[in-house]
Design a protein around this ligand. Structure first.
Ligand SMILES: NC(=O)c1ccc[n+]([C@@H]2O[C@H](COP(=O)([O-])OP(=O)(O)OC[C@H]3O[C@@H](n4cnc5c(N)ncnc54)[C@H](O)[C@@H]3O)[C@@H](O)[C@H]2O)c1
Length: 315
C-alpha cells in the first residue's frame, strides 16, 4: 500500500513538474529599459550568457556611453577569462557586443521580446507610465520585471494588465560581479512567471533567492536598518565612526564597517530608501529618519561619489 502511494505521489509530482516546466517561458530575447549603472550591467550579463538584448534609454548619446561602458567591462572580463588566449577574448567581446542592439523607442521593440527588465530612474510615476505604455505593445507572453530597490512591485504591476506576468528582479551593483538576484513575487505573480525568472537568473550565472513583495526585500531590509542604527550610535556620541567600522570588521567579521559601506551605497540613496519606508509605515522604529543623515544629504555630501560623508566625531 505504502509502495502504491509512493508510486502515485511520485508519478503525480513528476507529471505536474513536467507540465509546469513545459509552460515556463524560456527567455531568449531581453529588453532592458535604462542604460545606466544597473541597466548596462544587466544588458552585459544577459548578452554574455547567450541572450539577444535590446537596450533602451532616452537618448542616443546615453546609449553610446552605455555601450562603451559595457565594452570596457567586457574587456576586463575577457582579460581574466581568456588570459591564455587573447584572440578568444576578443571574439567573446565582439560576439557579446553584437548581441546588444540599442534604441530610444521601447514601444516599437517590445512586441518581439520574452522579458522586459526595467532599470530606469527610481520614481514610481515614471516607471508606471512606461510600463503602462509598453503593456499595450508587448506580446501576450512577455514577462515584465522591475529592478527597483525601494518601490513596491505590486504598485508598479498594477499599472499594467499583466499582473500575473510581473515580478521584481533585483540585481546588485556591480551586476557583472555580484552573484545574487532577488526574485520578488507579488500576490498576483504566477508560478510560471516566477519559475521562468528563476531559470533566467540561473542562465545568467547568478544565484536567485525568492522573497515576497515587502520593503527592502531581503538584503536591503536587513542592511538599511543596520546602517541607520550605526548612524544613530554615532549621532548619540556613543562611539566614533572609525571605532564602529573597526568593531564590525573585527568583531562581526564584516569585510567593511557600516560607515565605509554607507559611503559606497551613497548617503543620498540610503536617505531615499529610509524616507520611502517611513512614508509607508511611520511607526516602525526601523524606518525612522536621521537628522545628521538628512543634514549631510542637504549639503550634497553623499559619500564616495562626492568625496565627503560623515565627519569624524567631535568629542
Ligand atoms: N545603483 C544601485 O546600486 C542599484 C542597485 C539595485 C537596484 N537599483 C535600481 O535600479 C534602477 C536604476 O538604477 P541605476 O543606479 O542604474 O540608475 P542610473 O541613473 O544609473 O540609470 C538610469 C537610466 O535610466 C534612464 N531613463 C530614465 N527614464 C527613462 C525612460 N523613461 N526610458 C528609458 N530610460 C530612462 C536614464 O537616462 C539613465 O540612463 C533604480 O530603480 C534603482 O533603484 C539600483
Amino acid at each position: 500500500m505504502a509502495f502504491v502511494t509512493r508510486q502515485f505521489v511520485r508519478s503525480v509530482s513528476s507529471s505536474s513538474t513536467a507540465s509546469a516546466a513545459a509552460k515556463k517561458i524560456i527567455v531568449k530575447h531581453v529588453t532592458v529599459l535604462g542604460g545606466g549603472l544597473m541597466g548596462a550591467g544587466i544588458a552585459q550579463v544577459a548578452a554574455a550568457s547567450g541572450h539577444t538584448v535590446m537596450l533602451v534609454d532616452q537618448t542616443d548619446e546615453i546609449l553610446a556611453k552605455s555601450k562603451k561602458g559595457i565594452e570596457e567591462s567586457l574587456r576586463k572580463v575577457a582579460k581574466k577569462k581568456f588570459a591564455e588566449n587573447p584572440k578568444a577574448g576578443d571574439e567573446f567581446v565582439q560576439k557579446t557586443l553584437s548581441s546588444i542592439t540599442t534604441t530610444t523607442d521601447a514601444a516599437s521593440v517590445v512586441h518581439s521580446t520574452d522579458l522586459v527588465v526595467e532599470a530606469i530612474v527610481e520614481n514610481l510615476k515614471v516607471k508606471n507610465e512606461l510600463f503602462q505604455r509598453l503593456d499595450k505593445f508587448a506580446a501576450e507572453h512577455t514577462i515584465f520585471a522591475s529592478n527597483t530597490s525601494s518601490l513596491q512591485i505590486t504598485s508598479i504591476a498594477n499599472a499594467t494588465t499583466r499582473q500575473d506576468r510581473f515580478a521584481g528582479l533585483h540585481f546588485f551593483n556591480p551586476v557583472p560581479v555580484m552573484k545574487l538576484v532577488e526574485v520578488i513575487k507579488t500576490p498576483m505573480t504566477s508560478q510560471k512567471t516566477f519559475e521562468s525568472l528563476v531559470d533566467f537568473t540561473k542562465a545568467l550565472g547568478k544565484h536567485p533567492v525568492s522573497c515576497k513583495d515587502t520593503p527592502g526585500f531581503i538584503v536591503n531590509r536587513l542592511l538599511v536598518p543596520y546602517l541607520m542604527e550605526a548612524i544613530r550610535l554615532y549621532e548619540r556620541g556613543d562611539a566614533s565612526k572609525e571605532d564602529i567600522d573597526t568593531a564590525m570588521k573585527l568583531g562581526a567579521g564584516y569585510p567593511m564597517g557600516p560607515f565605509e559601506l554607507l559611503d559606497y551605497v551613497g548617503l543620498d540613496t540610503t536617505k531615499f530608501i529610509i524616507d520611502g519606508w517611513h512614508e509607508m509605515d511611520s511607526k516602525n522604529p526601523l524606518f525612522q529618519p536621521s537628522q545628521s543623515l538628512n543634514q549631510l544629504v542637504a549639503e550634497k555630501k553623499f559619500g564616495k561619489k562626492t568625496g565627503e560623508g560623515f565627519p569624524p566625531l567631535v568629542p
